[in-house]
Write a new protein. Structure first.
Length: 129
């Protein structure tokens, strides 16, 4: 590990930065917010209605995502609009969906195999009792 430059705070290791990034995305409301922004920017009010949260809860989640560089905002009159800062975020969500789909498909196949291999006769302990 190299020593930090004078006057500069040391940077966390990359794995810590990645863990923090995933921690930020690790809340269902935040993931849903990103999905809602897939088609473009939306106002805070639109997001609040779609998420079913009060203004405080919506603002808190949007603030966290903005603070960590996931979202950007702009003000137009009395409205604040949010958008995804980096469109690769959508690729990340898509890869997560593909992984989940694959895992669920494998689980479904395993359940099918278990059902196919189930005994067709009653267990010996229940016969002739």
């Amino acid at each position: 590990m190299t020593a930090p430059r004078p006057g500069r705070a040391p940077q966390p290791p990359v794995y810590q930065a990645k863990a923090e990034f995933f921690r930020i995305l690790g809340h269902p409301v935040r993931v849903r917010t990103l999905e809602l922004l897939r088609d473009g920017e939306r106002t805070v009010g639109d997001l609040q209605d779609a998420l079913g949260l009060d203004s405080s809860g919506t603002s808190q989640h949007l603030g966290v995502l903005r603070k960590h560089g996931v979202l950007e905002s702009r003000r137009e009159g009395t409205s604040v609009y949010y958008r995804i800062k980096d469109p690769r975020t959508f690729q990340l969500l898509e890869v997560a969906r593909q992984i989940l789909t694959s895992n669920l498909t494998e689980s479904q196949e395993l359940l099918g195999q278990l059902a196919d291999s189930a005994p067709t006769t009653a267990p010996a302990s229940s016969r002739g009792a």
